[in-house]
Design a protein around this ligand. Structure first.
Ligand code: AR6
Length: 176
């Protein structure tokens, strides 16, 4: 089974094989965790993203998909960029948010990564209610086990106390 850990902190400090970036379809950076990763990881990440845009994603990376680059100067080996759905009160986009977690793990498997850290995808600029974002994240990752993924550790790195509390509740609801 995949081991799940919840911590409050800054994902750019994580010493795992791969950290996940809550990117946008341009892959060319932004605010929030995306901005923090590019700032601390340095220009190699943006250069790799530009190459990917030119070679494979001329129209951008689709929502729910994931793609990996170098992690530049970060302690992690790779950054896996995924594009979360923007929250909508009219349309249920949960499947796309779940896809971000699944596709990121598939990208990790292609790299041979065994440890991976996720932020709360879509729960910032993209406006997803925290409790719901946390429930989808935990319910998507927790049931996975080999051979669906060879990843051994998934660490959710929550930036603030509110996000940490929501993920803790989702974890307790799932396992309790
Ligand atoms: N470490 C961990 N989590 C963080 C960090 C960090 N250093 N910084 C912010 N968070 P967001 P989204 C949390 O807005 O909602 C960007 O501009 C944050 O508190 O980063 O998927 C992209 O380019 C929140 O809980 O991502 C896109 O355009 C969570 O990360 C758009 O925002 C996600 O917030 C993506 O929006």
């Amino acid at each position: 089974m995949v081991r799940i850990e919840l911590v409050q902190g800054d994902i750019t400090d994580e010493r795992v094989d791969a950290i996940v970036n809550a990117a946008n379809s341009s892959l060319l950076g932004g605010g929030g965790v995306d901005g923090a990763i590019h700032r601390k990881g340095g220009p190699a990440i943006l250069a790799a993203c530009r190459d990917l845009r030119a070679s494979h994603y001329g129209r951008g990376l689709a929502t729910g998909q994931a793609v990996a680059t170098t992690a530049g100067d970060l302690a992690a080996h790779w950054v896996i960029h995924t594009v979360g759905p923007v929250w909508s009160k009219d349309e249920d986009r949960s499947a796309l948010l779940a896809s971000c977690y699944r596709e990121s793990l598939r990208a990790a498997d292609r790299l041979g990564a065994r440890t991976i850290a996720f932020p709360a995808i879509s729960a910032g600029t993209f406006g997803w209610p925290l409790d719901d974002a946390a429930r989808i994240a935990v319910q998507t990752v927790a049931p996975l086990r080999a051979p669906e993924t060879a990843v051994e550790l998934v660490r959710f790195v929550l930036f603030d106390a509110a996000a940490f509390a929501s993920f803790t509740q989702a974890w307790e609801d799932y396992y309790g």
